[in-house]
Design a protein around this ligand. Structure first.
Ligand SMILES: *Cc1c(COP(=O)(O)O)cnc(C)c1O
Length: 360
């Protein structure tokens, strides 16, 4: 038997979650965000379950080309645009849409000899202060692109800093509306959190990422409350059991010491598989479907779980690290991070098992 750690990817859940996006944003086009290898789920694998989307958003030129070579004809948006002018001819050749966020990119477009057919999203900085034109540079950039002979379509975009928090989107949304109110170009603003909470931001193109993978963007609301289903389930097995006498410790740094007799399961999954090393004693975990906790420090290839309350379990028991039955959000919270980071960090050494899409 191979090493038992495996990631199940449920393509039906992915399809379901796209339908949830449609339910929340029935009038918008959907740009499925599949950057970072589809948040660790596999770019082309995920695209297959998302064929009903109106477009895809990625980071790298190579990802856009891979989608075109696999036959996808939808809009493909590069979220950081291009990095050097020599990429422009490939953008045109593969019909990839670039998010244009800075003056240097506008100048590069204006100075190319490309003719026709270049589609862009023009990004406005409304307060995130990461990418995008500030208010005083936006109008000039828009005019230059509109007057350029090689730009065929322009969509206005912005990105929210706190759509998932109590601060919300009001200030940024007001800023965006002020700048674009007299403008009939299509608009794109909403990430998952804005799709779920702020319908007014949906407009022409929504950009769901994390919700497609069945994870809640909110600290105070569960994914299942929205009808979202987890796509990735990371499982392994107990490969050894240790019995700790009171006062004995387990693992590196002796980070957990038993205060009573303790049964410890050793699980074949560690930080080299993508499990967060910052997850301290008490991080939730399922053993044969029952919730228990991790113990001590996560090592590169193994971690420890408390089997004391689960006398039926032992070597060979199935351990769910996150996914079905245990939201990745809960594990992330215990490790001081967010579900996004854990999904993206799934290691390439973990074999993936696809659950097939039901025939429709
Ligand atoms: C990653 C990203 C998204 C998706 O965000 P989620 O919170 O995962 O829905 C949307 N827009 C931009 C610009 C992004 O970079």
């Amino acid at each position: 038997m191979p090493r038992p750690v495996q990631a199940y990817i449920d393509l039906n859940a992915l399809k379901n979650n796209l339908a949830v996006v449609r339910k929340f944003a029935p009038d918008a086009n959907v740009l499925a965000v599949v950057k970072a290898d589809a948040y660790g789920h596999g770019l082309l694998r995920s695209a297959r379950a998302l064929t009903a989307t109106d477009g895809f958003a990625v980071l790298r030129l190579g990802e856009g080309i891979a989608l075109r070579r696999a036959g996808y004809r939808q809009l493909v948006l590069l979220l950081e645009g291009f990095f050097t002018a020599d990429e422009l001819s490939l953008l045109v050749q593969y019909d990839l849409t670039a998010m244009i966020h800075c003056t240097e990119q506008v100048e590069a477009i204006l100075s190319t000899s490309l003719v026709g057919d270049f589609a862009v999203f023009l990004k406005i900085n409304t307060g995130m202060n990461r990418l995008g034109f500030p208010m005083h540079k936006f109008t000039a950039a828009l005019e230059k692109l509109q007057n350029s002979h090689c730009v065929r379509s322009i969509t206005l975009a912005t990105h929210f800093a706190t759509a998932d928090e109590t601060t919300g989107i009001d200030a940024q949304f007001a800023h965006f509306k002020r700048l674009t109110q007299n403008n009939h170009l299509p608009k794109s603003l909403a990430n998952s959190a804005a799709i779920l909470r702020y319908p007014a931001t949906h407009q022409d193109w929504v950009r769901p990422g994390i919700m497609l993978y069945g994870v809640s963007p909110f600290a105070d609301q569960l994914a299942c409350d929205f009808g979202l289903q987890p796509v990735m389930t990371l499982v392994s097995h107990v490969i050894a059991v240790q019995t700790l006498q009171p006062g004995k410790s387990v693992g590196y740094g002796r980070a957990f010491t038993a205060d009573e007799l303790c049964r410890v399961g050793v699980v074949a999954c560690g930080y080299a598989d993508g499990y967060p090393r910052h997850a301290a004693t008490g991080t939730p975990v399922l053993v044969d479907g029952q919730r228990t906790r991790t113990l001590g420090r996560v090592s590169m290839d193994m971690l420890f779980v408390d089997l004391t309350p689960l006398p039926q379990t032992g070597v060979g028991s199935t351990v769910t690290l996150w996914g079905k039955g245990l939201p990745v959000e809960d594990v992330a919270a215990a490790a001081g991070t967010i579900g996004y980071e854990l999904l993206c960090a799934l290691s390439p050494r973990v074999p993936v098992i696809e659950q097939e899409i039901d025939e429709v």
